[in-house]
Design a protein around this ligand. Structure first.
Ligand SMILES: Nc1ncnc2c1ncn2[C@@H]1O[C@H](COP(=O)(O)OP(=O)(O)OP(=O)(O)O)[C@@H](O)[C@H]1O
Ligand SMILES: [Mg+2]
Length: 344
């Protein structure tokens, strides 16, 4: 296990800056996730930890020791790629045991370690099969097994669940969390799926175009997003952003003018009804109602701005009509219009 420190790490490919002055420390034993849109630099960050790429400037340290001079195999890091990258001509058992064989372990020791990992992953009965005889989820477990069997200092996972169907993804998500709890290995996870990041992680860093927008525990990002980017990225459906002038009796901090502020409110904090007795509720035309079971997400048009709120399944407003949108006032978020930064 190791703590991983990024000390002012930048990465450029030619003229293109892919990571800019990354400064953060992943604690020993932590489950840490980098989340962000496609192309923001997530895989590059993992490659830097693994040693597959070198920083253009800055340093990476494991437990305080610089690792930039170390080749990937000398870093004691195991990486699971999105593609799984299993060896097609080897059985499941041979795939899992391969890192130990490379290390020159005795056959008996390899068999024991493979059996142990296979048991934990629930794939004991698949050991004789080839990868092509497995489902996507089973292949994914084999790839995890091959990484776990080494007991590395650091475990790197690049979108390992994105090839799985929705249900299997949920199952494997729970499985990963359990495995992390059992093994306690420092784990760095990469995903574009904010829900996955929130569900799995001790802490999350939100990356945008090679910069960290915010880093903290999932609920901190959710309840106190540092800026409109994080506010709009974390949470589903995404936060609404409204012109402050639309929200009546908005209480602003001193020194802040109404036209300098954007108001953020999550759809879960907007109650939509056909007739609200909240005097401050706003009338909006209903564009769409989307039932998801327990909730109905209602999209309305408020003076030209879209707003999404939540209605009860027993009282769904009719598209085309007018509904009342009432905000949970204590849950409004204020952002500086110019910079996008949160106003305390
Ligand atoms: N070897 C390379 N040479 C030039 N540009 C590169 C190279 N590798 C990555 N990039 C660029 O760096 C940026 C970040 O790439 P990276 O693979 O880290 O993104 P990502 O966040 O993992 O995206 P995705 O979610 O699509 O996997 C992209 O704009 C990509 O085109
Ligand atoms: Mg990637």
């Amino acid at each position: 296990m190791a703590a991983i420190e990024f000390d002012g790490v930048s990465k450029r490919f030619g003229q293109v800056t892919v990571l800019e002055d990354l400064r953060l420390t992943i604690e020993e034993g932590e489950f840490f996730t980098f989340v962000g849109p496609s192309g923001c630099g997530k895989s590059t960050t993992l490659s830097l930890i693994a040693g597959l790429e070198r920083p253009t400037s800055g340093r990476i340290r494991f437990d305080g020791e610089p690792v930039d001079h170390l080749a990937p195999r000398d870093r004691d890091v195991a990486m699971v790629f999105q593609s799984y990258a299993l060896y097609p001509h080897m059985s499941v058992a041979e795939n899992i045991g391969f890192p130990l064989k490379l290390r020159g372990a005795a056959p008996r020791e390899i068999d024991d370690a493979v059996a142990e990992v296979a048991r934990r992953l629930g794939i004991e009965t698949l050991l004789a099969r080839r990868p092509r005889e497995l489902s996507g989820g089973q292949r994914q477990r084999v790839a995890l097994g091959r990484a776990l069997v080494r007991r590395p200092r650091v475990f790197l996972l690049d979108e390992p669940l994105s090839n799985l169907d929705a249900r299997l993804r949920l199952e494997m998500r729970a499985e990963l969390k359990r495995l992390h709890g059992e093994y306690g290995i420092t784990t760095v996870y990469v995903t574009h799926d904010q829900e996955e990041a929130m569900a799995l992680s001790d802490r999350v860093a939100v990356l945008n175009a090679g910069r960290v927008e915010q880093c903290g525990p999932p609920l901190e990002l959710y309840h106190a997003p540092a800026n409109t980017f994080v506010a709009g990225f974390v949470g589903s459906p995404p936060m609404n952003f409204l012109d402050a002038r639309l929200v009546p009796d908005l209480e602003l901090p001193r020194d802040v003018a109404l036209d300098e502020v954007v108001v953020g409110v999550r759809p879960t904090d907007v109650r939509v009804t056909e007739a609200s007795d909240d005097p401050r509720a706003l009338d909006a035309r209903v564009l769409l109602a989307e039932p998801t079971g327990d909730d109905v997400w209602v999209v309305g048009l408020l003076e030209g701005e879209r707003i999404v709120g939540r209605a009860l399944p027993s009282a769904v407003p009719v598209p085309g009509g007018i509904a009342r949108f009432a905000f949970a006032r204590e849950r409004l978020h204020l952002f500086d219009r110019a910079s996008g930064r949160r106003i305390a």
